[in-house]
Every structure is written in C-alpha cells, then in structure tokens.
Design a protein around this ligand. Structure first.
Ligand code: NOJ
Length: 522
C-alpha cells in the first residue's frame, strides 16, 4: 500500500451544485466540473470527491438518492460522468464519488414499493415499526434535522424511521437483500472506473435491534444545539455491528485494485480510529474532522496531533480535514490571515489532506437572507446558525457578474467580495491565497518528508506550534504562529533555509503576526 495515490495525494471536495454551471441553469453540473479539471490538475491536487450526483428530488440536495445507479439530469448523464472520469484520468486525477447508504429518498422505487403494503417484498428494505401504545412514535429517537425520527404512514398504520428528513427513509442494513443491492451499486460505479467512495454517515447504518430509547444528553443547550442533541445517540450511531458493514464495503472496493474507501464519521477520537477495522480491514481513511472542533491555538492543535497519532492503529494512515459542505468555512472560523496558516497546517501534517472547494481562494461563508435559504436543516431549525447554505455558495472563477460560475441566476447568491476572491485575479498575484495553496501543494508533492514522512511535535508555546516531518534523513520543520501578534520561535531557529512562508519571503527569526514557515532542517 505504500506510496498509493490516496496516501501521498491530496483530495479536493467539489460540491457539484456550486462548482461550475455549463448549461446555464444556475446550478453547477458535471460538464462544468469536467471543464475545470485542468484547473484542478494545475492547482496540484490528486483526486476530486464529488458530493452526490445521483437522481434525487433534491430535498437534501442529492443526499436523498432515488436511484443509486444513475445521474440526475440536473447534473448531466452517465455519458458525461464517463467523459469526466476519462479526462480526469488523462490528467492524472482520481475521481471519488459520494455513496449514501444510510437512507434513500422516499421517491426511490424501493421505498415506494415498501410503503405500498405490509406484505410488500420490499417492506423490510426500510425500518417500519408499530406505533407506541398511545399511538405516538415507537421510541424517542430524533432526526438529525429536528423532530422525531419517525413518520407515520397512515396507509399501512406503521411508522418508518428517518435519521434525517422524512424524505430520507433509513435503509434496513439488517436485511441481506438490501445489503447486496447496495454493494452491487458500488460495483456499478467501480466498474465504470470510479476510484473510490466517500461514504455518507457510515457510522449510522446500524441501529439498535431492540429499538431502545436513547438516553438524555445532560449537556444539551436548549435554543442553541440542534434538537437531535437532546439525547445521546447510543442506540442510533456507532453500534458494534457497523464494523461488519464497513468491512464488507471494503471487500467490495478491494475487488478493484487501487480504489479507496473513505468514511464520514463525526465521532470522538477513540471511536473514530475503530473504523480502520481489525487489521485495517475497514475504511482506508476514516475522516478525521477533529481540527474543525479544536480550539484554534498552538497547544490545542499540538495536543490533537499527538493524541491522534498515538491513537492510530499500526499501519493506519492519518487524514485531516479543515472544512466541508456541512461546516462553516475555515476563513470564516479563523479569519483571512489565519486561513493562510491553516492552509500550511493542512498541507504539512502527516496524512491525506482533504480540501474544500473555494478554500484555496479564501472563500468565506456568504450570509444568506432568510427568504433565500435553501438548506432544509436551517428551514427546520431556523436561526440557530446551523444552516449550511453559507458554505455552499458558488465558486468564483472571474471578477464579474455570475463570477464565471453561471451565465444566469445562481442557485445561491455569490457574495460581495468576488472582486478579490476569485481564481482569475488571484492567479496573477504571487501573494494571493491561491498562489500560496499552489506553492504548498507543489512542495508537498515534491517532498517525500512532507507527503510520506513521520511527524513529531517539537514544541508548542502560547502562540507557536512547531513540528518536524522526516523521511530517510530528510527533515522539514514547520512553525506556525496561531496568533495575530509577533511571536518568538519556541525552539532554536533551524539553520536550514526557509522554503516557504505564508508571507511570501524568507525572513528569519521571530514570526510575524499570522506567519507560518517551512524550513529545510540541515
Ligand atoms: C452528511 C452529509 O454530509 C450531509 O450534507 C447530509 O445532509 C447528511 N449526511 C444526510 O445525508
């Protein structure tokens, strides 16, 4: 496995609705993505992960799949995807699709058939339960998007389970025919040359067979937290049986050489690493989102790196994520200057980095007025700051109306800093975020110590984090000032040259505000 693309390389997430609109309907599409493959190759990433493009009523923008083996006409057709894969491969890029096994759309033919009658051959493909004695839902399980996880179906007198929207009924992974159909859907795409999957909420697929109530969450903050956090998801997430499903998905992926299985996991560190599986028979990369929730300071991040490295199973390859389509953007979380430090952190840590589209030009969350909100989560639980539209706004390619994303009205507003925050303007500016990302990606690719070496945290002061990357005697030292004040180095200054600074020069000594550097250690 040493040196495989998903270990050495960098993954770039494309949210397809928002990347590039080729057909002018205001929504991004596959032809649009295809046209931007040369950009991604030049940027220097190795793989693109595309959020769901399958046929869908789009209640959750594609995370409600109504056919696991097709392409939604909004995005193109299967021929466009084939062409995109061929072009990507010709450019040396891998293509990772999203796979959504926990739930389908309620408009999937399986669910239509399942809800037709209690005797339907597809009844057990979903999770149906009788009402509680008072006629209410079978237990206290809550939907991640608010309200009960159960919806009553009057026609057959039972409730069906949905851990997300009522339009996203949960599939029954305890039912072998369902499992087989899903594995066969994975093979369908792998045969077409897809290089792997990012598996949506993989930790949710199994639920308690006895349907016991979840216990109350003592830390729940009324009016602040999402409704679902009233209870701890003891019986609806991360059940031991999940490991069998992950291992079986891995077996499917392993039928095809050189493919990758990535799991989406919002779990604490000790549980997250379990998804590497026994003897690494699980996900190649259980997504590590811990940077997203860790306080942005040198000691906390240094401590996280140490704890994560210590928790990895032998041979388990790490990975790091700064943001995605569900989380506020890094530039909004830490500010524009620290976003440059964050870029250096992400691209110099040990393990596969996943970038989120637009972060390479420093895109920030775009405030969306309530009457323009599209995200069902925000609509269900308004004004708690949970909405995900702000981080899903269109990619900016040019400083003009439509940002070069679309020639018509974009599905979400573009935002007002497009004059500076766009690819064309930043491509010509050696001090731009885009130029910094390109330099970092180039350096990472060219430097075995950075893409494959060991990591050791050397020091963390109040302000500065320092770590070393080492491979076969070749060492790089990374120092990051996590504050907006000048800061002394917490270790003797490396004698080797400054290879790259967020400030674009080779100044030595004390770090300037928001500066990070990579040294060659001699
Ligand atoms: C996680 C996805 O990333 C998110 O966007 C989606 O809403 C839920 N899973 C449900 O599929």
């Amino acid at each position: 496995m040493d040196g495989s693309w998903w270990r050495d390389g960098v993954v770039y997430q494309v949210y397809p609705r928002s990347f590039a609109d080729a057909n002018g309907d205001g929504i991004g599409d596959l032809e649009g993505i295809r046209g931007k493959l040369p950009y991604l190759a030049e940027l220097g990433v190795d793989a693109l992960w595309i959020s769901p493009i399958y046929p869908s009523p789009m209640a959750d923008f594609g995370y409600d799949v109504s056919d696991y083996r097709g392409i939604d006409p909004l995005f193109g057709d299967i021929g466009t995807l084939d062409a995109l894969i061929a072009d990507a491969h010709a450019l040396g890029l891998k293509v990772i699709l999203d796979f959504v096994p926990n739930h389908s759309s309620d408009e999937h033919p399986w669910f239509r058939e399942s809800r037709r009658s209690r005797d339907s051959a597809y009844r057990d493909w979903y999770i149906w339960r009788d009402p509680a004695p008072d006629g209410g839902p079978p237990n206290n399980w809550l939907s991640n998007f608010g309200g009960s996880a159960w919806t009553f179906d009057a026609a057959t007198g039972q409730y069906y389970l949905h851990l997300f929207l009522d339009k996203q009924p949960d599939l029954n992974w305890r039912h072998p025919p369902l499992r087989e159909a899903m594995y066969e859907s994975m093979r369908f795409w792998l045969r077409r040359g897809v290089d792997g999957f990012r598996v949506d909420v993989i930790y949710h697929v199994m639920k308690d067979a006895a349907f016991r109530d979840n216990p109350p969450n003592p830390d729940f903050r009324q009016g602040i937290d999402a409704d679902a956090h009233r209870f701890l998801p003891v019986h609806t997430a991360d059940l031991p049986e999940t490991q069998g499903v992950v291992a079986a998905m891995r077996d499917v992926v392993d039928e095809f050489p050189g493919r990758v299985l990535i799991g989406e996991l919002y779990l604490p560190l000790d549980r997250l690493v379990v998804y590497y599986g026994e003897n690494l028979s699980g996900a190649h990369l259980p997504f590590n989102f811990l940077l997203i929730g860790t306080p942005w300071d040198a000691r906390s991040i240094g401590d996280l790196i140490k704890r994560y490295e210590a928790a990895l199973p032998p041979g388990g390859w790490p990975n790091w994520v700064l943001g995605n389509h569900d989380k506020p953007r890094i530039a909004s979380r830490v500010g524009a200057a620290q976003a440059r430090v964050a870029a250096m952190l992400l691209l110099t840590l040990r393990g596969t980095p996943t970038m989120y589209y637009g972060d390479e030009i420093g895109m920030r969350d775009v405030p969306i007025p309530f009457d323009e909100v599209r995200d069902p989560f925000e609509l269900n639980e308004p004004h708690k700051g949970l909405g995900r539209d702000p981080q899903r706004t269109p990619m900016r390619w040019f400083p003009r109306s439509g940002a070069g994303f679309t020639r018509s009205t974009p599905w979400l507003r573009i935002g007002d800093d497009v004059d500076t925050c766009n690819v064309a303007t930043q491509a010509d500016d050696p001090r731009s975020m885009l130029s910094l990302y390109k330099a970092l990606l180039r350096l990472r690719r060219d430097t075995p110590a950075l893409h494959g070496g060991d990591v050791t945290v050397l020091a963390a002061s109040d302000a500065v984090l320092a770590y070393e990357r080492r491979s076969a005697g070749d060492r790089r030292i990374v120092v990051l000032n996590l504050t907006d004040a000048p800061a002394a180095l917490p270790l003797p200054e490396p004698t080797g040259v400054v290879l790259l600074s967020t400030h674009g020069d080779e100044v030595r000594g004390e770090l300037r505000p928001n500066e990070a550097r990579i040294y060659r250690a001699s």
